[in-house]
Design a protein around this ligand. Structure first.
Ligand SMILES: [Zn+2]
Length: 407
């Protein structure tokens, strides 16, 4: 991609109403644009990051036997009445009437919609388990949508749902999802904590959250540095500094954090209300065991920027960077290297613009692609190589550059 045609151009100043780091940097660098509070356009570079995140998630979902679908965003009132959530979750839903006075809501989640799909297609225990997921938009009536893309009124999520014939099968799968989520965070390169939490408008059961520690977070969590014990402040009843109840070794720490994922065990609460039954081996009709598993994908982009930036801008890693390398052409050089890199299958942003070298370097730091290459009359047949996280510059021939990139 040539930077001369990349939409939009970077901004020198952050928008005046921007309070959070992710809002300021993602807007300045040209990843997102705000339509209104809590409502964002993902720009070309934002989509590139999102697609990389989604692909990592998709791989892990498929590996635990889940299948991808895409469910509607506009739902009829009657389905939400089956569980009583049309009323109990009213505060977070965008409910409305059409011109025939029929009532609908925009999706804030998909449990009821998924179970409607399942009950139409489920007969016996042989059909189970079923695990389906999708990447789609959620609408939530947020009163405090002010943290950039960390909290939106409209945002993107991956949500997975699973139904099972026995409690044991359900809990085995729930643990598999925990491991899959942990792998996603590890692949993306984010440090996380799993904490026990309350279920809000979803369930009265204990749920599990995947939290990333950051001062920008709106959650407070308590965790043990010596083992995997953790709780969020909704259910934590002890004091920080106390001995961990699980390993009896570590002392409980407190931290601000961002909730990126949340997984919910529902038992048969939903399936009994929605009559999602199957015929079991003994011939009896039984309700399915049900769980749902959310992962905030646009929120993850914001979270990454909150924990990975410096004074100059964003710092991506190669797993989710919008491009593999940022090639800077000076003195109208670089076209040739750009072509050669593309031929090698490397995803390049080529700064071919007619602006000063200083401006190009500033933009490269702001956008934050992990590797910067520079070609100029000074470098002759060689190329300058610099990583975003280092001040060291190496001057190398093309084949050596290629080796470093494929490392
Ligand atoms: Zn512990």
């Amino acid at each position: 991609m040539k930077q001369s045609i990349l939409f939009p151009k970077t901004l020198k100043e952050a928008p005046k109403d921007a309070q959070s780091i992710n809002h300021k940097l993602l807007v300045r660098a040209g990843f997102i644009d705000q339509l209104m509070t809590g409502s964002w356009t993902l720009l070309p570079m934002g989509i590139r990051v999102l697609n990389k995140i989604n692909n990592i998630i998709r791989e892990e979902m498929n590996s635990i036997g889940a299948q991808e679908v895409l469910m509607p965003l506009m739902h009829p009132k009657n389905i939400w009445n089956e569980t009583g959530r049309w009323d109990s979750a009213k505060e977070v839903m965008y409910q409305f009437k059409d011109s025939r006075d029929k009532e609908f809501t925009l999706s804030f989640t998909h449990e009821e919609i998924l179970l409607d799909l399942i009950r139409k297609n489920l007969k016996t225990y042989r059909d189970l388990p079923i695990a389906l997921y999708h990447f789609s938009t959620k609408f939530r009536n947020e009163l405090r949508a002010k943290s950039g893309i960390l909290r939106g009124r409209e945002f993107l999520m991956k949500d997975l749902y699973s139904v099972h014939s026995s409690q044991k099968d359900f809990w085995d799968f729930y643990e598999k999802v925990k491991i899959a989520y942990s792998k996603i965070f590890e692949k993306i390169g984010l440090t996380f904590k799993i904490t026990e939490a309350a279920g809000g408008v979803f369930t009265k059961n204990i749920t599990h959250e995947f939290q990333v520690i950051s001062p920008a977070g709106e959650d407070t969590i308590y965790y043990c540095p010596k083992c995997d014990w953790g709780q969020n402040n909704e259910i934590f009843e002890g004091k920080k500094g106390e001995v961990c109840p699980k390993c009896k070794k570590g002392k409980i720490l407190e931290a601000k954090s961002i909730e990126v994922g949340n997984i919910f065990p529902f038992g048969t609460w939903y399936s009994e209300r929605m009559k999602v039954y199957f015929t079991d081996k003994d011939g009896g009709k039984k309700p399915v065991y049900f769980g749902s598993y959310g992962f905030g994908t646009t929120r993850l982009i914001g979270t990454w920027v909150e924990v990975s930036h410096d004074k100059k801008g964003i710092i991506w890693n190669r797993e989710i960077s919008p491009f593999d390398v940022h090639l800077i052409g000076i003195d109208k050089k670089g076209e040739n290297i750009y072509k050669k890199l593309k031929e090698e299958g490397i995803d390049v942003l080529f700064d071919d613009r007619d602006v000063s070298a200083g401006e190009k370097f500033k933009d490269a730091d702001l956008i934050g692609i992990p590797v910067r290459l520079v070609v100029s009359t000074k470098t002759k047949d060689l190329i300058e190589y610099k990583e975003r996280t280092s001040e060291e510059i190496e001057v190398l021939p093309f084949d050596k550059i290629l080796k470093k990139l494929n490392r």
